[in-house]
Design a protein around this ligand. Sequence first.
Ligand code: FAD
Ligand code: FES
Ligand code: MG
Length: 280
Amino acid sequence: MYRILEKRELTPVTKLFVVEAPLVAAKAMAGQFIIIRVSEAGERIPLTITDFDREKGTVTIVFQEVGKTTKMLGKLGVGDKILDFVGPLGLPAELPEKGHLCLVGGGVGVAPIYPKAKAIKQDRRPVRITSIIGARSADLLILEQEMRSVSDELYVCTDDGSKGFHGFVSQKLKELIDSGAAFDEVIAVGPMPMMRATVETTRPYGLKTWVSLNPIMVDGTGMCGACRVSVGGQTKFCCVDGPMFDGHQVDWTEAMRRNAMYVAEEKIADHQCTCGGGSK
Ligand code: FAD
Ligand code: FES
Ligand code: MG
């Protein structure tokens, strides 16, 4: 059992937990994730390792309450325990050794880009980091201060213009490229439509763009096939071959169709959860 040591509400629907998980913390690397289970009869869901402290033996996760399991998780508080907390899973991110990196994070996707920037700065690599973070509105923006502390430049965007640039992160990225920012590569993390838009923005410029895919996962060890994605015409299992892939090679139409496979069942489960019927 994995004890929650700290809980922060980053937005009304986004929570941060610091969890006691020394074995995971000992091996965690930027880009990896864990799979949790909240209750005996509950499903397994993947969440990115946002931060870790090897000395304290803690792992930080940030999650958005979007359905049954994340809402159940959000109800837990300091001192409560998470039943399963398996990881670290997936391949560590391959981060640049030098040059100019643009990190693009949308919504809860800001959480997965933070450890990448932090790892580069901790290693003292000569990499200039420009970060573009965004949310639908100012109240849904997360980790702005944390991102500022690991970025050379930070741009904030909101869809409704309530803070910073009025528009999508991909539009800000295009503006920066067109105004002469010489990025060597881009890493984009967020909802599938946001990553797809970012990839289509950089494609005409031939600018290498990595994405962190978030398909449905079950076992997280390459055995069940749930997380199958097509990249460059080849079948990949996101949990063991990813989660980061060359965004220009991803079959986005297939990936987005597969992610929506269980929407009807998820809605039923969420309704049973929120109306009190079947709390597991
Ligand atoms: P549901 O209503 O069941 O699902 C909402 C949507 O989430 C679905 O339509 C589907 O697209 C996706 N989803 C549902 N079940 C799964 C599943 N078992 N595996 C993956 N996606 C699923 N979310 C965060 O908030 N923070 C993170 O750091 C984060 N990191 C992720 C890292 C990876 C490698 C992956 C694959 C996903 C990550 N996600 C993260 C997404 C998160 O796993 C889903 O939001 C969560 O599973 C939703 O579960 P639910 O029951 O609350 O909602
Ligand atoms: Fe089962 Fe990847 S989650 S193969
Ligand atoms: Mg679910």
